[in-house]
Design a protein around this ligand. Structure first.
Ligand code: B1M
Length: 219
């Protein structure tokens, strides 16, 4: 195992064991040793969250652990976000994206990563936060003349809101003016097709690629 792999493995385990006070220090150590901010997220912190979710499901962890891990992830993102944006090094705007987590859903860690990655790729981001009603997605898209609406859902019970947003876009007569991309742990390519979304991405890196494809932008 390389030194980089060891540090990432260590970080992942600290997160899984909810050793909150040690995580920030280890992230700084990872950065100092030259590990890319995106690798810290994709190879250590995000996989740790999957394990934490599994433990919650099995009853080994409770809501307190879920909250502590979520809060820690958000704090670490505050440190990594400027570095991610900087590494994108783009100045021109590729397009306007309205992003949010759908109604009834308060999960925003993945959505924030997607927003950060899109921003670093050169998109202009309008982040509506969490628990966003369909009308609010549409209102914002109309107001800023958005190119893309990007929706995140982490609960099987809230996925349906994505369909509601698409219905709302049709009602407002702007469905053909804006592309819709969806994602989040329970979302699949099939679901995207089923509800008539234009794109689906399983992670933040793919979300950037799909958004570019939807607007016909070549790398
Ligand atoms: Co919740 N939670 N949670 N939770 N939580 C899950 C989602 C769950 C799978 C855990 C489990 O049981 N295994 C489960 C859902 C079960 C289901 O619906 N099938 C669950 C539950 C049940 C709940 C509550 C109902 C618990 C309760 O109260 N009894 C409750 C619901 C609250 C609500 O939303 N109304 C709840 C609450 C919470 C906290 C608030 C404590 C906290 C969220 C903190 C926060 O977000 N600010 C939390 C957390 C942390 C999780 C887990 C452990 C981790 C989620 C996460 O941040 N992952 C999660 C378990 C899991 O997902 N395995 C779980 C890391 C993040 C980087 O990944 O968000 O998947 P993710 O994002 C990825 C991709 O999905 C993708 O890219 C991201 C980066 O690669 N992606 C997109 C995301 N959005 C995208 C959009 C795109 C494209 C890609 O295009 C637009």
């Amino acid at each position: 195992m390389s030194n980089e792999e060891k540090i990432l493995e260590n970080l992942k385990n600290m997160m899984i064991n909810i050793e909150i006070d040690k995580v920030e220090e280890e992230v700084k150590r990872a950065l100092d040793s030259g590990i890319a901010p995106l690798d810290i997220i994709e190879k250590a912190l995000a996989p740790a969250m999957t394990v934490i979710g599994d433990k919650f499901e099995k009853g080994e962890y409770f809501l307190a652990e879920l909250v502590a891990a979520g809060e820690t992830f958000k704090e670490i993102l505050q440190i990594l976000k400027p570095l991610l944006v900087k590494s994108g090094q783009t100045t021109k705007t590729l397009g306007k994206v309205v992003i949010g987590t759908v109604r009834g859903d308060l999960h925003d860690i993945g959505k924030n990563i997607v927003a950060t990655m899109l921003e670093s790729a050169g998109f202009e981001i309008y982040d509506l936060g969490v628990d966003v009603a369909p009308e609010d997605f549409v209102k914002k898209a109309e107001e800023i003349n958005a190119d893309i609406i990007a929706m995140s859902a982490l609960l099987t019970t809230t996925m349906i809101e994505m369909k509601n947003v698409i219905e709302e876009l049709k009602k407002s007569g702007i469905r053909d003016k804006v592309k819709v991309i969806i994602g989040g742990a329970p979302i699949t390519e099939e679901y995207a097709k089923e509800i008539g979304a234009d794109g689906y991405a399983e992670d933040a890196v793919k979300a950037v690629r799909v958004c570019k494809e939807l607007l016909g932008i070549k790398d």
